[in-house]
Every structure is written in structure tokens, then in C-alpha cells.
Design a binder for this molecule. Sequence first.
Ligand code: AMO
Length: 414
Amino acid sequence: MEGKNVVVGGWVEDIRELGKLIFLTLRDVTGVAQIVLVGEDSLKQTKGLTKQSVIKVTGMIQKSKARDFAYEIKSNKIDILTVAIHPLPIDPIGRLESNIDNRLNARALDLRNQKTAAIFKLRHHALVSIRKTLTEKSFLEVNTPKLIGSASEGGANLFSLKYFEKQAYLAQSPQLYKEQLTIGLERVFEIASYYRAEKSHTIRHLTEFTSVDIEAAFMDYSDVMDVLESVIVDVFEYTAKNCSAEQKALDIEIKKPSIPFERITYKKAIEELGCDGIKLEAGDDLQDAHLRKLGERHLGFYFLTDWPMKLKPFYIHEKDDDPSLSRSFDLQYGYLELSSGGTRLHNPVKLKSRLIEQGLNPVQFEDHLRAFDWGMPPHSGWGLGLDRLMSVLTNIDNVREVVLYPRDPERLFP
Ligand code: AMO
């Protein structure tokens, strides 16, 4: 484009005076450009101009002598569209490191930092890949309500609110809806925010998180594990190929994980932990420390399957050969649980007795139970925590870093 006239808009990242010339570094979401402002009144034009102000530059492209730029824009006219007020709450370029709370308090400005922007560009591409994989496997994307009248995951951890004269809740998951939708649409997926009123102060729990959920008629838990493995592998392959600049900004190298992901039964996991000196009874839940130990043996992604029924929600199907165990799984990355899923009960009588067994009131699930009388196919599915997946993909431990405006027990603003 040498010799061509252009108009560019963007944010001033740097301003340097060199005699009568003014050098501006201008950034937009695609990258940086050098502007050389020439002419008698160039100094006058930049009076009051601060870094991160928004300008429009009209000029011509020419070869540059600068080390970092092959070309630059020579201009004798800039328009200042908005002046950024200093001092800014954080250094948006990231030369001066700010702590995570200060950055989250000024999140919109934090996105001017190329490292932060790279996280959310990667997140976009991960979502593109997930939608592509699931669409190719004949899943339809759906949207189900987040304002609901009864719990989807049982009674605990529900945010409740007044809904005019009624009591409503924020959805913990799309569980009941996605199961019902298999009657008419067979294979569905949803990507949405869900809410858990948990006072967890960890680097992996949020009160509002994004989940990718699928549900498929006529699939068993082993089939949906295959689907999950494809979704994950495709995300890594797609971003490895299409996101070089983002990997560079984050100083990471995304690699396709090795397949197939190991499938370890809960029983085997307990035995392995026993060998490591951790004694657990069959039926005990696996705590953080146990999962960390397992993660040392099984690097990368692995499935933990066939959990005891008593550790799983009411909708999970038992195993035929041992009804104390379930057709269920978690997908782990080291100690971190990324997803859980399984084969569901599709027999309404069994489902009702499981609700009672878990201390839930079948009356509150009447609408859901009704659908099971209309020809409910056998079905399976999973929910994948997108925020946790992003933290693995970007190699950033704290899930708050990969969520634009994270919500936790302390954080409700901005
Ligand atoms: P579960 O409750 O295990 O299963 O949630 C599925 C996945 O969602 C993510 N997740 C969270 N991420 C951040 N903060 C939280 N508070 C949080 N809670 C959950 C995790 C988790 O593995 N209905 C079932 C799924 C299914 O069977 O289809 C469910 O919600 O990565």
C-alpha cells in the first residue's frame, strides 16, 4: 500500500517528540502502526493528547526507517476523538504489572494489554471450534431458560430471587431442559452462563460460570465421552493452527493432546490411591488432595468413570452389572475437573424413586417427569466448564483471568 492515502482510527500507545516530528504508536485490535506527524503545527495538534486517547489519522503510507516497523503512516492531520484521563487505574500496556483485582476493576482497559486480549481472542476461537465440532456431529444449538421455577441439580447452591409474586431461581445447569429436548431434537448443545451460590474461594470456582452442555438420544456414556474427547482435541488443534499471535502474546505453545484419553474407573483410582498410601472406602468421594495424587500418575486429560451411584445426581443411570455403580464420568486435567456427564435414567418410575432417595420432592419436578411419559429415548450427555478449559488451554491457573467479568462471592462489580 506504499504511497496510498489511508484513514485509521485507534488508541495512542506512545508519543515521542523528535525535533519537529512527532512519532505516535497507534493500536487497534489488529495491531500497532507508527504515525509520523509532520508539519508546522504538529506539536500544537498533540497538545493535551494523552496515551490511550482515541484519534483518527489521515495520511500516506511510506517505508519506515524504524526498527519495529517496515512501513509507517506520514500524516499532517490527526483528529482527537476522545481524551483519556490520567492517571489511568492500571498500566494498560502491562509494562508495570498490576495485581489481578486492580485489573479486574478496570477490565475494559485491561483488554488493551495484548496478553489479556489474547486470552479472549483464544476464547472466541475455542468457541468457534466447539460449535464446528458439535454441528458436524449433528448437534443443534439451543437456548434454554436461566430463570427457572425449580432446581435443576437438586436443592443445594441455588440463587433464589423474587419473580413477581413467585419464587424463582437462577439455573445451575440446563440439565432438565436438555434431557427433555432429546425427545424432539435428539442431539442438542448449549453454551451459556450458569449460577451456583457456593461460597468457594478457589482459583477454579465462580458463582457464574460458562458451560458447554450436550445431550444426545440413543447414546451411551461411552459414546458421549468420545464426543467430548473430539471437542477437546479439536479446540487444541484449531487454536494451535489459527492462533499463532495469541500463543506468542501469552508465551505458550498449544499442542494437540495425545489420544485416546485414558479411561480409569473409580474403583481403579481408589486402588491406585491405596498404593500411594491413601486409604479410601468404596463410596468415598475423591477430595482435592486425592485428585492431585491421581493427576501425578495420569498426566494431561483422563476420564474417571463408573462412580458410585450415591456420589452422583438423581438423573444418572446405574450400571446393569452393579447397580451400586453408575454409568458416569468426569473428565480430569490433572487435579482439575473439567466436565462431568453420564447416561441418564429414562424410566420415569426409576427417576422418581431416585429423586425421593436423594431427599428431593418429585412434586417440584412434575413438569420434568411428565416429559418422560411422552416417549423419552435413552440418552446421555455432559457439561464442560468452558472457563476451566480456557485456563488449561492458556496455561493460566486462576479461572478469573479467562473470564471477562468474573463473579465470585466477593466480586459483583464491575
Ligand atoms: P457439574 O456440576 O459437574 O455437572 O458441572 C459441570 C462442569 O461445569 C464446571 N463448573 C464450574 N466451573 C466454575 N465454577 C463453578 N462453580 C462450577 N461448577 C461447575 C466444571 C464442571 O465439571 N448437569 C451436570 C452435567 C451433565 O451431567 O451433563 C453438571 O452440571 O468444569
